[in-house]
Write a new protein. Sequence first.
Lengths: 121, 121
Amino acid sequence: MEYSIGEFSRMTNLGIHTLRYYEHENLITPKRNSSNRRCYSDKDLAWIEFIKRLKDTGMPIKEIQRYAELRAKGDLTLNERMEMLTLHRESLNEQIKVLQEHMSKLDDKIDFYRQEIEQKG
Amino acid sequence: MEYSIGEFSRMTNLGIHTLRYYEHENLITPKRNSSNRRCYSDKDLAWIEFIKRLKDTGMPIKEIQRYAELRAKGDLTLNERMEMLTLHRESLNEQIKVLQEHMSKLDDKIDFYRQEIEQKG
DNA sequence: TCTTGACATAGAGTTTACTCTACATTGTAT
DNA sequence: ATACAATGTAGAGTAAACTCTATGTCAAGA
């Protein structure tokens, strides 16, 4: 199946402007039809979902760009891409650990507030 | 103990400019000495560490501002502040959950890469 | 045929959170 | 007394990631 930018925008929950911006930044390069309109494929869909995942886990556009570049070069870059993902996995692991620490400190603070309020309220 | 902005900057790992910016945004209001220099206290230190925690867990400056405002009003706002923190706790919990899901998907992808490379390399 | 709506490009504008610059004062070591 | 480093204010500049505007094209329905 192929999708216009409007359809694709609805499917991905990304604004039309954002999709064009991603293309401008070489993250995604949909085909064009005879009238120069963008034609997104199901493969583009899977790819954009992965891009969203990388973004949501804190990878900056510049780095996703680099990944996209390798991807476009094909199988020869599999190693390098896996290395990137492995490194990113580490950073994600660290992020989760830090957030869990923050959570525990926040819980302490909330407990403290609860006691304060019990005494004074 | 009291600290100059330079000392305080080193202690908190926040740039001098950032500290002044935070003051401008009413997040923190250190005392001033007779020559109008800022005098940060240990209480300011504890407070700035908490601000950092809120920031690191994704609370925007605007909302920290609101919290700081309540804090400045004293004990009468304890309830409201606890409510804010409780809500923020929820968001933090959600963040961790989402990141863990991302992690698991990323692991799948990495496994997939590993297999591809085994076959082709 | 005419109009409308979706799409095209190029480039300007926005938001958040800093970060830096210019210039004036002050405290301290020589 | 003087130099110089730290500090003060006001306001400009930056970076990332969008988001919007202006203007033009094109295919399809009334």
